[in-house]
Design a protein around this ligand. Sequence first.
Ligand code: ADP
Ligand code: MG
Length: 265
Amino acid sequence: MRSGNQGNPVLDIRSLSAAYGEVTALDRVSISVNRGEILGLIGPNGAGKSTLIRVVSGILKAKAGEVLLNKQNITSYTPSQRARVLAVVPQARQLGGAFSVEQAVLLGRTAYLGFLGKPSKLDLEKTYWAMEQTEVTHLSERKLAEISGGEQQRVLLARALAQDTPVLLLDEPTNHLDLKYQVNLLTLLKSLVNKQNLTVLMAMHDLNQVSGTADRVALLVDGCLHSIGKPEEVLTPENINETYQTKVESFNHPRTGKHYIFPMM
Ligand code: ADP
Ligand code: MG
């Protein structure tokens, strides 16, 4: 097992433990993510992926260990300071409330809003840009509660992009999306990472989407880091069989050479 700690990480998760009451959800997990890197977080249901994202986003307190964001402990940031560095796309849930799509995306600009919260020209530009990138512009006047799960998922991404941060955390962002929007979202993310040198930590469900998108993959099981490395190093039939109790075969795509797995049914 490799620790994955190398170079000069933007996000340095050090021996992090977290619990809900008596239930340990993360047990001494160490992962670092470098600038310009997409790190995919995988693991069976209940492995601790969302918990890790919650602690790194500063909404859940760690029981032990620490998270350094640009070398500074995440707990020492004010919410507004944090919101200028790190944006989160949470695991999809039913969004309620009377907000319109445009108002919800504009919320991504909260940390930048001036006196009386009036949006500037830049706030509106970033908001419209994010809505275009995520293909929700045509929904701008619709109420959040009155759009589909996939559309809500894209609004959550738009809100995070409007925040215009160098670090993005995403929790299963392709859930609820049909194939076209899954591909569009992952393509958009890769192009933003390339253009803006973003640092991305993304929990993902689909192992082949992880292989196609992430530079490195961290496999969590029962709150512990099982393995971390390049997709072909982590997504081996042995590891998948052991951790997901599922038999798979692996192969390399004939054209791209990317590593993919196929379940044996
Ligand atoms: P994943 O996102 O990998 O599916 P989670 O981080 O959501 O896993 O969950 C990790 C563990 O913590 C699981 O055992 C889960 O049941 C437990 N858990 C998650 N959220 C809560 C909560 N709000 N209260 C109590 N236990 C929770
Ligand atoms: Mg989860």
